[in-house]
Design a protein around this ligand. Structure first.
Ligand code: MTE
Length: 324
């Protein structure tokens, strides 16, 4: 048997078990039995959410991605079960520690690198310049083999690319998250290499599904979900969906991405959802549905997370086993 020494930054194998979900459910059961009932539940839901990019709300649903087609996960789960290592490695930590004085308003985002129109925008100004926001309901699949359905508010990344007007040499897009150890306890502990970075190939970034979210469930993004602006690429594992972006840069070379830097054998650059390519420590053939119930909440993983028809042409001729 291979004995590995677990590193502090390693996504634990336990993450694929329902342990954290158990804790959430138990907390609810506790509230019920303690007679805290609805008032208590409302208190949990209305925990301080100090967000940020308010421009454009309320957004209209994009009829191509309707809530009627996919049943959205309850808002409470989406905003309480998070991966945001800047605010701790536990699923319930970001909701607590990202709402203890971390300021996401005002927020500046920079467009830089190989572009004709480098610029810095306040995120609300950017939304206005882009022409507003829309709602899209997307599947969300974490590499840890759990999934949700999230009603996002935001705008297509392609619109932001058009605004930056990239030069022909630009082949990739690099995303950088914030760096503020004073506000982010996980950065003080250096539980990952910070700032968190991600990247896409230019054609992936320009694809109609690639989205910049500024909200969910019709409201500005809660801090724990990556306020005030984050990337959403629904056909890729969740770690590509970088939160709280401060810089978008156009480059000639493939950008590094945080989880690949931390553990290249387990997390690649592409990170396309693929039921046939297992994670070295667990299967990707099925996924646990967050909020789906403890015993019946599992389903088969779909190729490209159900977006095969739309994105498969991007990867024609690419070996998806090697390029995981
Ligand atoms: N972005 C930053 N800056 N820091 C992170 O730790 N975690 C990633 C991704 N983006 C992460 C991040 C991972 S592993 C996942 S699964 C998703 O955010 C989780 O998004 P959610 O908490 O909104 O569900």
């Amino acid at each position: 048997m291979l004995i590995r020494s677990p590193k502090t930054w390693e996504l634990p194998t336990a993450a694929v078990t329902p342990e954290a979900l158990y804790r959430l459910t138990q907390r609810r059961d506790f509230l019920k039995t303690a007679g805290v009932g609805l008032a208590g539940a409302a208190f949990f839901r209305s925990a301080p959410l100090l967000s940020a990019a308010t421009a454009g709300f309320p957004a209209k649903e994009n009829p191509a991605f309707p809530a009627a087609k996919l049943k959205p996960t309850a808002e409470d789960y989406i905003t309480s079960y998070n991966n945001f290592y800047e605010f701790g490695t536990g699923k319930d930590e970001p909701k607590v520690f990202a709402n203890k004085g971390w300021k996401t308003d005002p927020w500046t985002i920079e467009l830089a690198g190989l572009v004709n129109k480098p610029a810095k925008f306040d995120v609300n100004e950017l939304v206005k310049k882009i022409g507003g926001i829309e709602e899209r309901v997307y599947r969300f699949r974490c590499v840890e083999a759990w999934s949700m359905v999230i009603p996002w508010d935001g705008f297509p990344l392609a619109k932001l690319i058009a605004l930056a007007d990239p030069k022909p040499e630009a082949k990739f897009v690099k995303f950088t998250s914030f760096n503020d150890p004073n506000s982010a306890p996980g950065q003080r502990q250096a539980n990952l290499d910070y700032p968190y970075v991600e990247g896409l190939r230019m054609d992936e970034a320009a694809h109609e599904l690639a989205f910049m979210a500024t909200g969910l469930y019709g409201k500005p993004l809660p801090n724990q979900n990556g306020a005030p602006i984050r990337l959403v690429t629904p056909w890729k594992y969740g770690f590509k969906n970088i939160k709280s972006v401060v810089k978008i840069e156009f480059t000639t070379t493939q950008p590094k991405n945080t989880w690949n830097i931390m553990q290249a054998g387990e997390y690649g650059f592409y990170a396309n959802v693929n039921p046939k390519v297992d994670h070295p420590r667990w299967s990707q053939a099925s996924e646990r549905i967050i909020g789906g119930g403890l015993f019946s909440g599992s389903q088969a993983t779909l190729m490209f997370n159900g977006y095969e028809k739309e994105v498969a042409p991007l990867y024609k001729g690419l070996d998806l086993v090697k390029n995981y």
